[in-house]
Design a protein. Structure first.
Length: 219
C-alpha cells in the first residue's frame, strides 16, 4: 500500500524535474546561439580591423577610433551580460542585488512591465547552490507568467527573512481576464512548485484571484 501511494508522487516529481531540465537545456542552447551569432561575429570583425591596421599602418581618424572603441565596449558589455546570466557576480555576496540584476534585462526588453521591489540591504549567508536555484526558479516563474504580454502590468517582489527562513513573494496583477487565464491554467505552474520544493527542501505555492496571482516561496 505504501508503494502504491508513493508512485503518483514520484511520477509527479519526475515529470517536474524533466520539465526543469528541458527548460535549462533550452536556455543553454539560446546562450550558445547568442555567442555564435553575436560575440563570435563581433570578435571576428574586431580581429579583421586589427589585421588591416597592422598591415596598412594607417593613421586613424577620430571617427574611426571612436567606432573601434565602441565595438570593443559593446563586446565587453555583452560578455558582462553573459557572465551574469550564467552566474550573477553579486550572487555569493548579495542575493537581493542578484535579484535586481535579474530584473534589469526584463525592464530593458519590456518597458511596459512595472516592477516594485521590496528587498533588504543585507541578507544571510547561504550556499550559492540554493541562491542560484531560487534565482533560476524566479526567472522561470517570471518567464511563464509574463510571456506574450504587451500591455502594462505590475509585478511586486518582496524578499524577507523570518527567523532562519527566507521568504520570497511575487505578486502579478494582470491587465485583463484573458491574460490572467492564459497564464494561470498551465501545468508548468505546478512543475515550478514541485521543482522548487525538491531542489531546496522548501515550500512553494500560489494563489489566484481575479486578474491576480501571488506566489510564495520559502526555504
Amino acid at each position: 500500500m505504501t508503494i502504491v501511494k508513493f508512485l503518483p508522487s514520484y511520477q509527479r516529481i519526475q515529470q517536474a524535474l524533466q520539465w526543469w531540465s528541458s527548460r535549462q537545456s533550452t536556455k543553454l542552447f539560446v546562450e550558445a546561439e547568442k555567442i555564435r551569432d553575436d560575440l563570435l561575429q563581433e570578435t571576428f570583425t574586431i580581429r579583421r580591423h586589427l589585421d588591416v591596421l597592422t598591415s596598412n599602418n594607417l593613421n586613424l581618424s577620430n571617427h574611426q577610433t571612436q567606432d573601434y572603441l565602441r565595438q570593443i565596449d559593446n563586446f565587453h558589455h555583452s560578455l558582462v551580460q553573459l557572465s551574469n546570466r550564467l552566474f550573477p557576480e553579486s550572487l555569493p555576496d548579495s542575493f537581493p542585488l542578484a535579484i535586481q540584476c535579474l530584473i534589469e534585462p526584463w525592464l530593458v526588453v519590456n518597458p511596459h512591465l512595472y516592477f516594485h521591489l521590496d528587498l533588504p540591504v543585507y541578507w544571510r549567508q547561504e550556499q550559492a547552490f540554493h541562491s542560484l536555484t531560487v534565482l533560476s526558479i524566479l526567472d522561470e516563474l517570471l518567464t511563464i507568467n509574463l510571456s506574450n504580454i504587451i500591455t502594462s502590468i505590475t509585478i511586486y517582489i518582496s524578499l524577507k527573512q523570518q527567523k532562519n527562513q527566507g521568504q520570497l513573494k511575487i505578486q502579478i496583477n494582470y491587465p485583463d481576464i484573458t491574460s490572467f487565464m492564459c497564464h494561470t491554467n498551465s501545468t508548468e505552474l505546478k512543475y515550478i512548485c514541485d521543482t522548487f520544493q525538491f531542489l531546496t527542501s522548501g515550500r512553494c505555492f500560489y494563489r489566484v484571484s481575479h486578474c491576480q496571482i501571488i506566489w510564495h516561496l520559502s526555504w
